[in-house]
Design a protein around this ligand. Structure first.
Ligand code: SME
Length: 151
């Protein structure tokens, strides 16, 4: 049952990417991720601009103050530097963590890469502790791969 949720969301996102020629693809994908998973409580896409991550489309109850993150800062910066997915089960225990929302308990950051260069990332905060497992990582890495042509 749980796997069905990922498959349904993946199909919706494939639909957006293949049919939609407009400039709203990134926002539409963010919206699908936010709306289809109860545990995805804030979803954003950061874009790499030089050595800074700049917030693009996002969806959540609140805006974040971290609209620009230097590449050497935060969990987002770590993922951008390593090119690897970062999963933080307990944000309060991670010294890299830049706090955005008091309600956040865990976080996943998935790099979007073109020819092995990080060009952006999907960042998701959850109000649930240890909300992200390998299913989320595999699913979101697939979505990141679909997005790479649209950044
Ligand atoms: N927590 C992130 C900053 C971005 S907010 O979660 C939206 C970090 O540590 O890099």
């Amino acid at each position: 049952m749980i796997f069905l949720q990922y498959r349904i969301a993946e199909q919706k996102i494939k639909g957006i990417i293949t049919k939609n020629k407009s400039t709203t693809i990134l926002q539409d994908v963010v919206d699908v991720l936010y709306e289809n998973f109860e545990k995805y409580n804030w979803v954003g896409i950061y874009l790499v601009k030089g050595d800074v991550l700049v917030l693009g489309p996002w969806k959540g109850k609140q805006a974040t103050e971290h609209i620009k993150i230097p590449i050497e800062k935060g969990v987002c910066g770590s993922a951008a530097q390593s090119g690897k997915t970062e999963v933080v089960d307990k944000v309060s225990k991670d010294s890299r963590y830049l706090s955005c929302f008091l309600s956040t308990r865990s976080e996943i950051v998935v790099p979007i890469k073109k020819k092995n260069i990080v060009i952006g990332e999907i960042d998701i905060d959850s109000d649930f502790p240890a909300a992200f497992d390998n299913n989320d990582a595999v699913f979101l890495e697939k979505i990141a791969d679909m997005l790479r042509q649209h950044i």
